[in-house]
Design a protein around this ligand. Structure first.
Ligand code: NAP
Length: 284
């Protein structure tokens, strides 16, 4: 069976072009969207993510402001910075790169971000708005998946959607977005009995469990749509998703690659949320 590749890299590039034009229009009115990126400590993966986000901002004309704090930063200092960013009119979005060093309380830090600048949509206010179906900002990874499906003309309404993983940043918000678009949703996790059988019922299978090549072809129904959110390193150190692509793609109607699938979409949605925040702050 030949499959359709859901190419997130290509869609993200197209979205960035559109967003650049939007930002140009704002610039003509002397408005520049601003994103504050806060990183604490020396986690190498976090540093890579922050650098990529800064580069993305540059590409579309969003001004990024980096706040790199030492590992030993106190909670008081970090909360003080967030208070200042909440007040700063040059800042439309605030992103705190996770994970934070262990002595810092992530939940407390996220709650301190003003919900109208919470472009990651992790603040309980935005989580609640998503739950009741009127999000200001949708969390970037699940929102990116929805864009990818929409772009491929895949209507989720009435489809059986199985999500493997129930994290607050991927699995749960993914389920809400799917539900709001009228999919029938099942959420699985490490305690799910017979995960294979549940996944095999899926018209759309979304894997966000974080285990390299875990989803093999015997988890997949013929003709299913497969979204691989996972980012892992396999035994050879190569970046790979949760899905065994060579095997699963033989059965799939459509499938995302890793890399080049959901990852670039997550980054594009952060830019989209920042521009949305800027428009909101300037009453557009
Ligand atoms: P997480 O917080 O570690 O959650 C993993 C989820 O998978 C948990 O709900 C866990 O169940 C479930 N799980 C683990 N092993 C399982 C198993 N054998 N069977 C069924 N469920 C299992 O991870 P996350 O932050 O959601 O991230 C998931 C993956 O997506 C990671 O690889 C991460 O790097 C990647 N990711 C990618 C993007 C992107 O832009 N592409 C963005 C975010 C995350 P329990 O709840 O029962 O423990």
């Amino acid at each position: 069976m030949s499959y359709k590749l859901l190419d997130g890299k290509d869609l993200a590039a197209r979205m960035k072009k559109t967003m650049s034009k939007e930002v140009e229009k704002l610039a003509a009115e002397a408005i520049v969207p601003g994103l504050a990126v806060v990183i604490a400590g020396n986690d190498p993966a976090s540093r890579i993510y922050v650098n990529m986000k800064k580069k993305d901002c540059e590409e579309v004309g969003i001004k990024s402001f980096e706040y790199a704090l030492p590992e030993e930063t106190s909670e008081e200092e970090l909360l003080g910075l967030i208070d200042a960013l909440n007040q700063d009119s040059a800042i439309d979005g605030i992103l705190v790169q996770l994970p934070l060093p262990e002595h810092l309380d992530e939940a407390k830090v996220i709650r301190r971000i003003s919900p109208d600048k919470d472009v990651d949509a992790f603040h309980p206010f935005n989580v609640g708005e998503l739950m009741i179906g009127r999000p200001i900002f949708a969390p970037c990874t699940p929102a990116g998946v929805m864009e990818l499906l929409k772009d491929a003309n895949i209507d989720v309404a009435g489809k059986n959607c199985v999500i493997a993983g129930r994290s607050n940043i991927v699995g749960k918000p993914m389920a809400m977005l799917m539900l709001h678009d009228n999919a029938t949703v099942t959420i699985c996790h490490s305690q799910t009995r017979d995960l294979k059988a549940v996944c095999k019922e899926a018209d759309i299978l979304i894997s966000a469990i974080g285990r390299a090549d875990f989803i093999t072809d015997d988890y997949v129904k013929e003709g299913a749509i497969i979204i691989d959110v996972g980012i892992n390193r396999n035994a050879e150190g190569k970046v790979t998703g949760d899905v065994d692509f060579p095997k699963v793609s033989k059965k799939a109607f459509a499938i995302t690659p890793v890399p080049g699938g959901v990852g670039p979409m997550t980054r594009a949605m952060l830019l989209k949320n920042t521009i949305k925040a800027c428009n909101m702050h300037n009453k557009k």
